[in-house]
Design a binder for this molecule. Structure first.
Ligand code: GSH
Length: 222
C-alpha cells in the first residue's frame, strides 16, 4: 500500500515531500486537507499530528509529521540507490545538508509562515517592512550557504535543495528575491525551476499559494 500524504497543494513542505517521492519513484496516496476550514486542526488530524500542521504522512501503521523528518524517513526506507546522492553519507556533506534543513525549519520557513497565516486567518493586508527585511536577511543566508556551489549543500541536488528551494519559490509572491542583491540564489532558483519534478509539483503549488494570499490581502484591504 502506498504511503498516504495529507497535504494541500499550496504547502511548500508538502510539495517538498512530493518532489522527493517523485525523484525516488515512490507512489504516494495524496489526501487533501481543507486548510481554509482548519482541517489541519481537526481532532482527527491532531490525533495523527499533534502539531496540527501539514504535511503528515501515514505509512501503514506508522505516522510521521514534520516534512524534513519525513523526507529522511522516506529516503531511508524507499530511497534505494538515490539515497546516497540526495542525503550523502560523507560526514561533512551530511552535516551541511542538515544545517540547511534546520535553517529551513527554524528560520526561513517561519518567515514565510508569519506573513501567510495572518493574511489568511487574520486581517493582514501585506507584509510589513520588518517582515520584508527579515525575508531579505534570510535570502542573504541562502546566498551565503550557496557560496560557489551549484546547489545549496553540495555540487549536486540534495534534500536540502528540495526543502529550502520549496520555501524560496513559495516566498516569491510575498517578497520577491532581488537578483542583483542575491545573484547566486537567483541562478539556483532558475536551475531548480527547470527540474521536472519542481516544475510539475512546486510551481503550480506556489501559484495556488500566491492566489490565496493575494485574495486574502485584497479582502483585508476592504
Ligand atoms: N516544519 C514543518 C512546518 C509545517 C507547517 O507549518 N505547515 C503549514 C502549512 S504549509 C501549517 O500547517 N501551518 C499551520 C500552523 O502552523 O498552524 C514542516 O516542514 O512540516
Amino acid at each position: 500500500m502506498a504511503p498516504v500524504l495529507y497535504k494541500t497543494d499550496a504547502s511548500p513542505p508538502a510539495c517538498a515531500i512530493r518532489i522527493l517521492a517523485e525523484i525516488i519513484g515512490l507512489d504516494l496516496e495524496l489526501k487533501d486537507v481543507d486548510f481554509m476550514a482548519l482541517g489541519h486542526k481537526s481532532p482527527e488530524h491532531i490525533k495523527l499530528n499533534p502539531m496540527g500542521t501539514i504535511p503528515t504522512l501515514q505509512d501503514g501503521d506508522f505516522v510521521i509529521s514534520e516534512s524534513h523528518a519525513t523526507m529522511k524517513y522516506l529516503l531511508s526506507k524507499y530511497g534505494g540507490d538515490k539515497s546516497e546522492s540526495l542525503y550523502p553519507s560523507d560526514l561533512r556533506t551530511r552535516a551541511i545538508v542538515d544545517q540547511c534543513l534546520f535553517f529551513n525549519v527554524g528560520i526561513f520557513f517561519i518567515r514565510l509562515k508569519v506573513v501567510v497565516l495572518p493574511a489568511v486567518f487574520g486581517d493582514s493586508d501585506g507584509p510589513t517592512e520588518k517582515q520584508k527585511a527579515d525575508i531579505d536577511e534570510a535570502y542573504g543566508m541562502v546566498e551565503a550557504y550557496l557560496g560557489t556551489k551549484k546547489y545549496i549543500a553540495a555540487d549536486h541536488l540534495t534534500i536540502a535543495d528540495i526543502s529550502v528551494g520549496a520555501t524560496t519559490v513559495a516566498m516569491q509572491p510575498l517578497h520577491k528575491l532581488d537578483p542583483v542583491k542575491f545573484p547566486r540564489t537567483a541562478a539556483w532558483v532558475s536551475r531548480l525551476e527547470e527540474h521536472p519534478s519542481f516544475k510539475k509539483i512546486l510551481l503550480p503549488g506556489a501559484e495556488v499559494l500566491r492566489f490565496v494570499v493575494n485574495a486574502a490581502w485584497e479582502k483585508n484591504k476592504k
